[in-house]
Design a protein around this ligand. Structure first.
Ligand SMILES: [Zn+2]
Length: 194
């Protein structure tokens, strides 16, 4: 949904959330995960934190703005996606690939996990973090002879892949420490490891 802003010339802001949730095993919960229990002044239920809380806040804030006869400062594209917990291929990826016009003119996007706050010296603090490590995606391609599973085929692509994965796993990779990981802990702030 696109909400016209007061300044139509500014780039649109995408405010988005996801509606899908991770599976819940009722056995592992102290309350019924599907009941929406209010306990100790909190709402407990599957997806209450990730992220129907923010979905509700987006709608409530937008309702307040529009209900007051006002408009957001700039165009808003308000989007609620599916499939985030499984990689977003059928959710945000799908919409960006097949309906790019929905996001036309958007220059920024915000959603969940903008940051967590902690209490530090009696004050609420929002921490910034610099990168500690990265990951590398490797695509392995193996070729072999296609045949029925009942036949013994030495030139087997699956075996080759398994051998390659095992070799990568047992390899001693060089460790290169970044500035973030080598910086000594400062004494004037609490060490979270203690
Ligand atoms: Zn989430």
């Amino acid at each position: 949904m696109r909400v016209p802003g007061r300044n139509r010339d500014a780039g649109a802001l995408v405010v988005h959330g996801h509606l899908d949730v991770v599976p819940a095993d009722p056995e592992a919960w102290s309350v019924d995960p599907f009941a929406g229990v209010i306990k100790d002044g909190l709402l407990w239920g599957r997806g209450a934190v990730d992220m129907k809380n923010m979905d509700a806040m987006i709608l409530a804030a937008l309702g307040d703005i529009l209900g007051a006869g006002d408009a957001p400062a700039r165009d808003l594209v308000v989007a609620f996606f599916a499939d985030e917990e499984a990689g977003g291929v059928l959710g945000s990826h799908h919409l960006v690939d097949t309906r790019p016009g929905l996001f036309a003119g958007a220059t920024e996007a915000i959603s969940e996990v903008g940051g967590y706050s902690i209490t530090l010296g009696g004050q609420r603090a929002y921490l910034l973090q610099t990168g500690e490590k990265a990951l590398i995606w490797i695509k392995l391609v193996a070729r072999g002879d296609a045949a029925h599973g009942s036949r013994l085929i030495r030139n087997n692509a699956v075996t080759k892949l398994a051998t390659a994965v095992a070799a990568i796993g047992s390899q001693d990779w060089p460790i290169r420490l970044t500035g973030t990981t080598t910086q000594p802990a400062r004494r004037d702030r609490p060490d979270p490891r203690r």
